[in-house]
Ligand binder design. Structure first.
Ligand code: 5RP
Length: 224
């Protein structure tokens, strides 16, 4: 099976976690896009969706799924999203698609987080994938120095094919920190959250995944 077929398989499996008559939180990225395509097939069973990015909102609307403003929603039963890395405890690195802040917000108000990923995303220790940190643009250099002091190699994310800083849906910039072996994800998430100028860090450990559906050659494996 190709990586895309594995992503499609977990996207299909995640439909079993959708609660009828409720609002669904929807993540960002290629795996989340496959989930949106599956969700479209059962759209009459849900009340609507809260999107974690403008791109996800556009894809949901394109399928005729109502996109709700999080400020008008009291609770979300389940949040479905991909990950760049996930460990056996459900801690993840996210933000490869630059949507980490909104992903974290939607996940934080959801009762359950279902992570969908192809099997290559499962790791023993997080950190081979550079850790994304969204920052307020004026604090970029100051935050970069603090991230370097933690032992990583921070690098500003730029627009494809350009030296200009990439700008997120929130008007933030992203610093990707390579070279971290994250042995205590909760502690590192707490430490980076405390750096002034950080909007959000793409470590999802304090609130990790409740369920992970992993696409493997032999089928979808469920980690809880
Ligand atoms: C976006 C994310 C994505 O979930 C992550 O990058 C995985 O993406 P994909 O499903 O394309 O592999 O965190 O900000």
């Amino acid at each position: 099976m190709t990586q895309d077929e594995l992503k499609q398989a977990v996207a299909r499996a995640a439909i079993d976690y959708v609660v009828d008559g409720e609002i669904i939180g929807v993540g960002t990225g290629s795996t989340a896009n496959y989930f949106i395509d599956e969700l479209a097939k059962i759209k009459d069973r849900i009340k609507g969706a809260v999107a974690s990015s403008e791109a996800t909102a556009a894809r949901l609307r394109g399928h005729g799924i109502e996109v709700r403003d999080l400020n008008e929603v009291e609770s979300i039963s389940v949040y479905v999203d991909g990950a760049d890395e996930i460990d056996a405890s459900g801690a993840m690195i996210k933000g490869g698609g630059a949507a980490l802040t909104r992903e974290k917000i939607v996940a934080s108000v959801s009762k359950s987080f279902v992570c969908i990923a192809d099997g290559s995303k499962l790791v023993q220790t997080l950190g081979k994938f550079p850790l994304p940190v969204e920052v307020v643009p004026m604090a970029r250099a100051a935050v970069t120095r603090k991230l370097a002091a933690l032992g990583g190699q921070p690098r500003l994310r730029t627009k494809p094919g350009s030296d200009e800083a990439f700008v997120t849906d929130n008007g933030g910039h992203i610093i990707d920190v390579a070279g971290l072996a994250i042995t205590d994800p909760v502690a590192l998430e707490t430490e980076i959250n405390q750096i002034v100028g950080v909007i959000a860090v793409g470590l999802f450990a304090q609130r990790g995944a409740n369920v992970c559906l992993l696409g493997m050659a032999e089928g979808v494996k469920t980690l809880t």
